[in-house]
Design a binder for this molecule. Structure first.
Ligand code: NAD
Length: 252
């Protein structure tokens, strides 16, 4: 990573594409230096190049969120360049389909490792840097953390766990002034989500929900939570799902 300009800095996991790329762009536009961290290193580099073309101070790095060693390396690099961390966004995630019976142990373990354990490892590795700046942690959950749906067995449980993690971290970090919240999108229009819907069928959207949420919508929510005003929100869940979580027919 190159020299820093003294801007506040944000790390976005799974930042190479989809919602993560939208979050990285929104933070960059809001004046943050952004680390686009993704297991797909080449794509992370391409996304970082696009942001650099929009005058964002940015680095694209490889990070497998399930690896404590990789988290340690990324945090060493961030500390060396910026001397701390202002915003950690745990966005990397997978959305497998499965039921109680069709889910095998390998799929359960993989889903929990990426969607839940990855966020814990990130928070653990980032805390020393976040302490230097009274930073904030934002976990990207899902409407499904609180509204289960048939066929999303391991996913729903991983996101419910992420909500529990968010509240426990908020509790442990309260005295230190480090905030922790969860942003919960509903269906977000990303290329990978379209591929999943092409394979498994498009869900019936509840009455009244006409527009899919966009990565830009989620990015704007993250920028708010990272802001001075957003720092008054702590241990909470911010749904960005056009009301899916209160719809009568949201898939329960
Ligand atoms: P996506 O598949 O488009 O992007 C996810 C990114 O995470 C990819 O770049 C992938 O390489 C990366 N990733 C996967 N495993 C990783 C690992 N072990 N380490 C580091 N990076 C890894 O997904 P998306 O739709 O943009 O979703 C992003 C987040 O938003 C996920 O946590 C997902 O559960 C959540 N979400 C998505 C939707 C939706 O409709 N798209 C709805 C609600 C919540």
């Amino acid at each position: 990573m190159a020299e820093s300009s003294g801007k506040p800095v944000a790390v976005v996991t799974g930042g190479a594409q989809g919602i993560g790329a939208g979050i990285a762009a929104a933070l960059g536009e809001a004046g943050y230096a952004v680390v686009v961290a993704d297991v797909l290193q080449e794509l992370a580099g391409e996304t970082a190049c696009q942001l650099a073309g929009r005058s964002v101070e940015v680095a694209g790095v490889r990070l497998d969120v399930t690896s404590a060693d990789e988290w340690a390396r990324v945090m060493r690099e961030v500390d060396a360049r910026w001397g701390g961390l202002d915003v950690l966004v745990n966005n990397a995630g997978i959305s497998p389909r499965g039921t109680i019976e069709s889910t095998d142990e390998a799929l359960w373990d993989q889903t929990m490792a990426i969607n839940l354990k990855g966020a814990w490892l990130g928070i653990k590795a980032a805390l020393p840097l976040l302490r230097k700046r009274k930073g904030t942690i934002i976990n990207i959950g899902s409407t499904r953390a609180t509204r289960p749906m048939p066929g999303l067995f391991p996913y729903v449980i991983s996101k419910a766990g992420l909500y529990g993690l968010t509240r426990q971290v908020a509790n442990e970090c309260l005295a230190e002034g480090i905030t922790c919240n969860m942003v919960a999108p509903g269906w977000v229009d990303t290329p990978n989500e379209r591929k999943i819907q092409a394979r498994h069928g498009r869900p019936d959207f509840p009455a009244g929900i006409r527009n899919l949420t966009t990565p830009e919508d989620v990015g704007a929510a993250v920028v708010f939570l990272a802001s001075r005003h957003g720092r008054k929100v702590h241990g909470d869940i911010l749904y960005v799902d056009s009301g899916l979580h209160v719809a009568d027919d949201a898939g329960m």
